[in-house]
Design a protein around this ligand. Structure first.
Ligand code: 5GP
Ligand code: ZN
Length: 115
């Protein structure tokens, strides 16, 4: 989608610190890391948010959660101690980029409740 920063990162039109890529998914380091490990996992396809997922995205979401995130957690060394996966959604959810993304945060103890 034009004017979507994450579409541009997925298409390598703007640079990012890539940590993983396959046909459907890109993962890159967050520009403003909130933890020692802070990676964003995104579908290459433009999907606005969790609310915009459709039936045809079932395999994509499964791929992200069954394959990509657990593998990344291992590669990034946060699997043993634990980590957090966050999908901020909409205004009160704190979503600032309107392209579906999953924050993978780790490397420190997380607080609950979140801010
Ligand atoms: P949200 O607030 O929508 O859940 O998360 C958006 C995240 O994207 C933020 O953590 C922000 O730091 C990150 N971000 C925004 N623009 C860029 C960018 O151009 N490159 C990278 N690597 N991260 C970005
Ligand atoms: Zn996009």
């Amino acid at each position: 989608m034009a004017d979507c920063v994450f579409c541009k990162i997925a298409a390598k039109e703007i640079p990012s610190n890539l940590v993983y890529e396959d046909e459907q998914v890109t993962a890159f380091k967050d520009l403003e890391p909130q933890a020692p490990v802070h990676v964003l996992v995104i579908p290459k396809k433009h999907i606005e948010s969790v609310l915009a997922l459709s039936d045809e995205d079932r395999a994509l979401v499964a791929h992200i959660f069954v394959d990509v995130i657990p593998q990344l957690a291992k590669t990034l060394g946060v699997d043993a101690k634990g980590f957090r996966v966050v999908a901020n959604t909409g205004e009160e959810g704190g979503q600032t980029v309107k392209h579906l993304h999953f924050h993978l945060l780790g490397g420190r103890s997380m607080q609950w409740p979140p801010g």
